[in-house]
Design a protein around this ligand. Structure first.
Ligand SMILES: *[C@@H]1O[C@H](CO)[C@@H](O)[C@H](O)[C@H]1NC(C)=O
Ligand SMILES: *[C@@H]1O[C@H](CO)[C@@H](O)[C@H](O)[C@H]1NC(C)=O
Ligand SMILES: *[C@@H]1O[C@H](CO)[C@@H](O)[C@H](O)[C@H]1NC(C)=O
Ligand SMILES: *[C@@H]1O[C@H](CO)[C@@H](O)[C@H](O)[C@H]1NC(C)=O
Ligand SMILES: *[C@@H]1O[C@H](CO)[C@@H](O)[C@H](O)[C@H]1NC(C)=O
Length: 425
């Protein structure tokens, strides 16, 4: 494979703009496409992944003042991106790119798939920085906290009974697929329940992010003081924002309140087979993006060990004691949005510039993961350290020339009160 040096990219950019090159590739007949791709592809060192405008704007406005430069120097139209955000943006050299996917799981998965499978970019050595704001768990962080995750859990992928109709001894109306009680491991697996990222890269990213001088504000600090309790369970909420290592939940439903947040805290702990609560950020996209990056890795287009999931706290996922859930969600102003957006950039730009600065010495070759990485069914190979075990005997998914796949277990249909659901045996 041909890899480009920054100088070559700069030369290409001068002679023929990156956007024009990508457009030409997209529009050329198939027989020309392969040749053009060999010199027309942009191979970014880092791609920043935003969900909606404020998370993107903070980069456009501030990166000019960093070595990243103008992120709007190249706008590349990619088929299948969100109608609201139809371009991938790259700096002059094509070293750092950014795209906005649109919010929640469908937008995230569709946009990211359109991008990585577009064939317009060489993403084989690219680092992906998911950079979004989120609801923060006051047990582990506060407004403006910057969290870097190892696990992303699709917490609402469950049965749900309205809590007013649930059995008297249930602690929540959410019930894992195939289970008979909330604290049972799901026995029907869809494959997207849990994604595990490289812990070594997570730690390197946290070290870079720690160089940032994070901002706080008097107004948000004011709301945080409401979390003072005699037990100290929410002590993290009353501290200053900092870089923390803890996990992210993905749910289309923007849940809020103590009971749902605790239920999903339990879900995260159970599904990742951990003994402590590590759930600290509630968002709507991470698992969707990571599933796409994993599938692209299977086909050699992306390297899943280069994915970083970063979230900053813009609001608490549950109210302080003596404040109602609805009042907390909709009536009171927590004033966390602005510092979350600013810290997203401040921490994020340290990670981006850190990767670019040490490209030749460290990041080109990559940070070797020492933990299991990938999904709950072992798609990338290895044995997951959570869940019921690999469906591919630890070898990962592959397709033989005959079309046969490496799946070693059989799909079953289970019948529950007349309704059939799919699962794996
Ligand atoms: C650019 O960076 C300098 C030095 O860190 C800082 O003083 C200045 O306020 C920044 N300007 C903008 C527009 O962010
Ligand atoms: C890229 O698009 C932005 C608007 O999203 C615009 O401000 C900028 O000028 C465009 N860049 C180029 C090179 O056309
Ligand atoms: C709830 O009670 C029923 C009936 O006693 C029992 O079978 C079930 O295991 C209990 N479930 C939980 C989650 O405790
Ligand atoms: C979370 O799990 C703990 C321990 O099993 C349990 O006591 C608690 O009721 C659960 N919380 C919710 C909201 O399900
Ligand atoms: C995870 O926990 C479940 C039960 O809670 C268990 O069945 C499964 O074997 C555990 N997986 C690993 C890899 O430890």
């Amino acid at each position: 494979m041909l890899l480009y040096t920054p100088t070559m990219i700069a030369l290409l950019a001068g002679a023929w703009s990156l956007a024009a090159a990508a457009k030409a590739v997209a529009e050329s007949p198939n027989h020309l496409r392969e040749r053009q791709q060999s010199y027309g592809k942009i191979s970014p060192k880092v791609v920043i992944v935003s969900m909606f405008s404020p998370e993107a704007e903070v980069w456009y406005e501030n990166s000019l003042n960093s070595s990243v430069g103008d992120l709007l120097a190249n706008n590349i139209t990619v088929r299948g991106l969100s109608p609201l955000y139809p371009h991938v943006h790259c700096n002059e050299q094509g070293e750092v790119c950014q795209l906005t996917m649109g919010e929640a799981e469908i937008n995230a998965a569709t946009s990211m798939a359109a991008f990585v499978f577009s064939g317009l970019f060489d993403l084989t050595r690219t680092y992906f920085l998911l950079a979004g704001i989120a609801g923060v768990n006051p047990k582990l962080g506060t407004l403006g906290s910057v969290a870097l995750s190892k696990y992303s859990v699709q917490v609402a992928l469950q049965y749900e009974i309205d809590a007013r109709e649930m059995p008297i001894n249930f602690s929540t109306g959410y019930l894992p697929y195939g289970a008979y009680a909330p604290n049972e491991y799901p026995s029907i697996i869809y494959g997207t329940e849990v994604m595990e990222l490289s812990e070594n890269l997570r730690d390197v990213a946290a070290e870079l992010a720690q160089q940032a001088e994070l901002v706080d504000s008097a107004d948000s600090a004011d709301y945080c003081t409401r979390y003072v309790t005699s037990s100290g369970v929410y002590a993290a909420a009353t501290a200053s924002p900092s870089v923390i290592k803890c996990d992210s939940a993905t749910s289309d439903v923007y849940y809020s309140g103590t009971l749902l947040s605790e239920a999903f805290e339990n879900t995260t702990k159970l599904w990742t087979n951990q003994s402590t609560v590590t759930y600290c950020m509630s968002a709507q996209e991470d698992s969707a993006v990571l599933e796409v990056l994993m599938r692209a890795t299977v086909w050699g287009l992306v390297d899943f060990s280069r994915a970083i999931a970063m979230r900053t706290g813009s609001d608490f996922d549950r109210p302080p004691p003596s404040v109602g859930a609805f009042q907390h969600l909709r009536l009171l102003d927590q004033n966390g949005f602005e510092i979350a957006i600013r810290n997203l950039y401040l921490a994020g730009v340290e990670i981006v510039t850190g990767i670019v600065a040490e490209w030749d010495s460290v990041f080109y070759e990559g940070i070797i993961p020492t933990n299991y990485i990938g999904d709950i069914i072992g798609t990338l190979g290895g044995e997951p350290d959570f869940g019921p075990g690999s469906l591919f005997d630890g070898k990962g998914f592959s397709v033989e020339p005959s079309g046969e796949t490496s799946l070693t277990k059989r799909r079953i249909l289970t019948r529950r009160k007349g309704r059939k659901t799919g699962g794996w045996m």
